[in-house]
Ligand binder design. Structure first.
Ligand code: G3P
Ligand code: CA
Length: 394
């Protein structure tokens, strides 16, 4: 079995395959059965599990990040144009306390900051979630300063078509993302939902820029809760979701909380800080899911925690994760489905020379997970996700 590190390269947050190959093993020790359900049967005549909701939801992960530089208004707009039901801003804070959309607070990989001379002296090294990072950090810039920067493609080798958009688009604020969601709801006639993620909540609390109350204030200020849209607030940490649960109470029936779950043998960073030895695997058990359900409405697991692949890229049997979550009435939204060969299991890659993408392979991959009864999923290419949902037959 390959070690976890071979399956996903860790970046600032979460189990990431931004620059690697997701074929491999996710540390699944005891692949279980596929759960129970009553709508359709699998190849062997076994009942397939079903989603908790009527319509499986397509989440535009960082927008349509396979086709535009991530976390830009243009990426979110493309996601909705391509059929996403939901757009996903990851959130970090500026020096003056404004929530902006970036996957990390260190922004050298997704902006032109490294070539802006006036900001050269802002380069520094910080420890984020226990790991050192050198670069430029959002919390050292005011919003006005961040607005001088422009977004760049994170993985140009896999997404060469995106580099034409380099240095054109701004870093958006959460307020701007909400305004866009409202605009697109009106223009498309579809309700566009929002899936914000609090990034590095323990860290931002430590630098006196906590994210949670800023998020609540912003959502209320923009009256997003008055629309029909749902807001799914996600976090890899536990304590800040519990805080949000207590703070929101029953006041916002269309706000949902989602516990993200990284690779099984890793831990929420707030657990690490608190000396709590539990891992994400502990949260995925039947008892763990019941505990999660006391403060959250859904879970967002790394996809290989649901269906692992072996060293040859062959799908294994689904684990009991979906069954455990659904038994606790928790929605399940795995991450992340990507159409590039670098991220697809070996049998689903295109072999053609020079080819970086194989959307049909991604459709097959997503539909494999749809059979496991997921309620929605994060995809970097919502057109591919839409196709997978719309052509899926149980
Ligand atoms: O939030 C779901 C998924 O986005 C988690 O991974 O690191 O891409 O935010 P990440
Ligand atoms: Ca995210």
């Amino acid at each position: 079995m390959l070690p976890l590190a071979a399956a996903c390269a860790l970046t600032l947050t979460g189990c990431k395959d931004d620059g690697g190959d997701n074929t491999g093993d996710a540390g699944v020790e005891n692949p279980g059965d596929a759960g129970t359900g009553d709508a359709g049967t699998g190849d062997a005549g076994v009942a397939l599990p079903t989603p908790l909701i009527d319509k499986v939801l397509v989440v535009g992960h960082r927008g349509a990040s396979a086709l535009r530089p991530e976390h830009t208004l243009e990426s979110y707009r493309k996601a909705v144009e391509d059929g996403a039901d939901i757009i996903e801003p990851d959130l970090v804070a500026t020096k003056d306390g404004v929530l902006v959309a970036r996957h990390e607070n260190e922004i050298s990989g997704t902006t032109n900051v490294s070539v802006v001379a006036k900001f050269a002296d802002r380069k520094t090294t910080k420890t984020i979630d226990g790991r050192p990072f050198t670069g430029w950090f959002t919390e050292d810039f005011t919003l006005a300063e961040l607005k001088e920067l422009r977004a760049r493609e994170r993985i140009p080798q896999e997404r060469p078509g995106n580099t034409q958009y380099n240095d054109r688009f701004e870093i958006p604020t959460l307020a701007e993302v909400i305004a866009l969601a409202k605009e697109l709801s009106a223009s498309t006639g579809r309700t566009i939902h929002l899936y914000p993620e609090t990034k590095h909540p323990t860290y931002f609390q430590s630098v006196n820029l906590p994210l949670e109350d800023r998020l609540i204030t912003e959502l209320r200020a923009n009256d997003f809760s008055a629309t029909q849209a749902t807001v799914y607030i996600q976090s890899f940490e536990v304590a800040n979701l519990k805080y949000l649960h207590g703070k929101i109470g029953n006041s916002q029936p269309n706000w949902k909380l989602v516990q993200l779950m990284d690779a099984r043998n890793t831990q929420p960073y707030d657990f690490v800080k608190a000396g709590d030895t539990r891992t994400y695997n502990d949260l995925m058990t039947e008892a763990g899911m019941k505990e999660v359900a006391t403060y959250a409405n859904g879970v967002g697991p790394y996809k290989l925690n649901i269906i692992n692949v072996d060293g040859a890229g062959q799908f294994q049997e689904p684990t009991d994760l979906v069954r455990n979550a659904h038994a606790a009435k928790l929605l399940v939204f795995p991450y992340t489905f990507r159409p590039e060969n670098a991220f697809l299991p070996a049998p689903l890659k295109t072999e053609g020379p020079g080819s970086t993408r194989h959307p049909a392979g991604s459709v097959t991959e997503i539909q494999t997970y749809l059979k496991a009864g997921i309620d929605g999923f994060f995809t970097d290419d919502p057109a591919v996700g839409r196709q997978a949902v719309d052509t899926f037959k149980r």
